[in-house]
Design a binder for this molecule. Structure first.
Ligand code: NAD
Length: 478
């Protein structure tokens, strides 16, 4: 069994407490054993980061560019091997695993370019003889806390901007999927990241995550994960006056209007609802369908869903991999039962026993549902979608926006008027027209509203808001 340690400064450090990383497609496959730290591990990482910060803050843009560019190139060169590791530890299909790995490479290369972009303003003062400069400086030491469902892309889209803008990083990846973050640490180390600029501390959220959030020398926390954990972190950061950014859950609506082209709408809904086993914060979990197309849509959607091949993530024929672990699978199955209790008609959703011993579930469609049911209010985070029948466009928009969340919202229509109006009225951070609610670009902002997000946007040039702080200087030449 390969043992994997934490990166603190220039050293790979064991804190003992090795935990197995299990493949959800086949639980007899143990990927490796990872040393989980505690509060004293975070203390050691903070000490390393404190020592490294002044030199990294003052490093040339070229030095930062070269590091991030080399990391991006290395990830791309190793995409098949890393993609396979990702599929083994998280359970998404190999194609999705390799695709996500390439996304991480692109993110590093994008922020390599951003490291060269010196953003600031030089202005004349309102007073004579004075110049005013507005410049951006790194925030300092940032703690990054990431979830299991995008084990390489989310670490990448936090690490890359943090380093590009001159911060030092301590990352705690999800305890279910430490493998990909460990690979990023190896690559940063091999590409010559100065000791202490990047530190990896693996471990439990309640132990290592909590220690990061409460440590007085950590200046900012970027978190992606569940609503409950996010709220807890925001409260602590508020109390400690620490900069914080949260990306949390979703209950994303996909509206299908009477004039939708079903050959576009059905694949978009199948992708958005079921791909990555529905374990995406941007998944389309509420399919809001206008009455005139409802029956035809349900017919086609059911056929397409039932044709999906569920199986081992590494099998090239597989379209839907396993659920990530037993706890998530049980939670999904409870929601399927709840759908019946709430008087929905349930198609699929049963546990599947396949050749390998894994956490397999058939995708599920809940029909005849209403927006006040718990299955339509709470994030399930599994391969389950509800259909809600509505009378017209106005009711579709009202139902789409009647949720505590606001991450992504989609519409399938051939009407420019309705597409335009939906873009305007959707209470969400991202809007998709004739596209799945999931699946975004890396060079533009990502994030939501209401219960889905808090703080500055991630990704693209908007990442500068979170990872820098503004300084206004006044110069009188005399
Ligand atoms: P989670 O909240 O259980 O864990 C997320 C991270 O927080 C993990 O690293 C965990 O160890 C850590 N953590 C747990 N308790 C902590 C504490 N007390 N202090 C500090 N850190 C702590 O979420 P998860 O189950 O890993 O991920 C699934 C969730 O993530 C879903 O709700 C999904 O919608 C959300 N998600 C959101 C986005 C987005 O961008 N909006 C993207 C992906 C996933």
């Amino acid at each position: 069994m390969t043992k994997h340690d934490n990166l603190i400064g220039a050293e790979w450090v064991s804190f003992g407490n090795y935990q197995d990383n299990i493949n959800p497609s086949d639980i007899s496959d143990v990927i490796g054993s990872y040393s989980y730290g505690d509060a004293s591990s975070v203390e050691a990482a903070v000490e390393a980061a404190n020592g490294a910060f002044p030199a990294w803050r003052d490093a040339t843009p070229q030095a930062r560019h070269d590091l991030l560019d080399a990391v991006g190139n290395t990830i791309a060169a190793r995409k098949d091997e890393i993609g396979r590791l990702l599929s083994r530890e998280e359970g998404k299909t190999l194609a999705e695993g390799i695709g996500e790995t390439m996304r991480a490479s692109q993110v590093f290369k994008f922020f390599a370019g951003e490291a060269l972009r010196q953003v600031g303003d030089l202005q004349s003062s309102v007073r004579p003889g004075i110049d005013v400069e507005v410049t951006r400086e790194p925030v300092g030491i940032v703690g990054l806390i990431t979830p299991w469902n995008f084990p390489i892309a989310i670490p990448a889209w936090k690490i890359a901007p943090a380093l590009a803008y001159g911060n030092c990083v301590i990352i705690k990846p999800a305890d279910l999927t430490p493998g990909c973050a460990h690979v990023i640490a190896e690559i940063l180390h091999e590409c010559g990241c100065p000791p202490g600029v990047f530190n990896l501390v693996m471990g439990r959220g309640s132990v290592v995550g909590e220690a990061l959030v409460t440590h007085p020398d950590i200046n900012a926390i970027s978190f992606t994960g569940s609503v409950a954990t996010g709220h807890h972190i925001a409260e602590t950061c508020g109390r400690l006056r620490k900069k914080v950014q949260l990306e949390m859950g979703g209950k994303n609506p996909m509206v299908v209007l009477n004039d939708a082209d079903l050959s576009v709408a059905v694949p978009a809904c199948v992708n958005g609802t079921f791909f990555s086993t529905g374990q995406r914060c941007t998944a389309s979990s509420r399919l809001i369908v206008e009455a005139g197309i409802h029956d035809a849509f349900v017919d086609e959607m059911t056929k397409a869903m039932q044709a999906l091949k569920v199986g081992n993530a590494l099998d090239s024929a597989t379209q839907i991999g396993p659920v990530v672990d037993a706890k998530q699978l049980n939670s999904n199955l409870e929601y399927v039962d709840l759908a019946r209790t709430e008087a929905a008609e349930v198609i699929g959703g049963e546990r599947l026993e396949l050749d390998a011993n894994g956490f397999y579930q058939a995708p599920a469609l809940f029909l005849g549902t209403s927006n006040d049911m718990r299955i339509n209010r709470e994030e399930i985070f599994g391969p389950c979608g509800s259909v809600l029948k509505v009378a017209d466009f106005d009711e579709a928009v009202a139902v789409a926006n009647d949720t505590d969340f606001g991450l992504s919202a989609g519409i399938c229509t051939q009407s420019l008027k309705h597409a335009r109006e939906f873009k305007r009225q959707a209470a969400a951070g991202m809007v998709m027209v004739n596209l799945p609610t999931a699946g975004v670009d890396y060079h533009v902002p990502f994030g939501g509203r209401k219960g889905s997000s808090f703080g500055a946007r991630e990704q693209g040039r908007y990442a500068v808001e979170f990872y820098t702080t503004v300084k206004t200087s006044y110069v009188y030449a005399g």
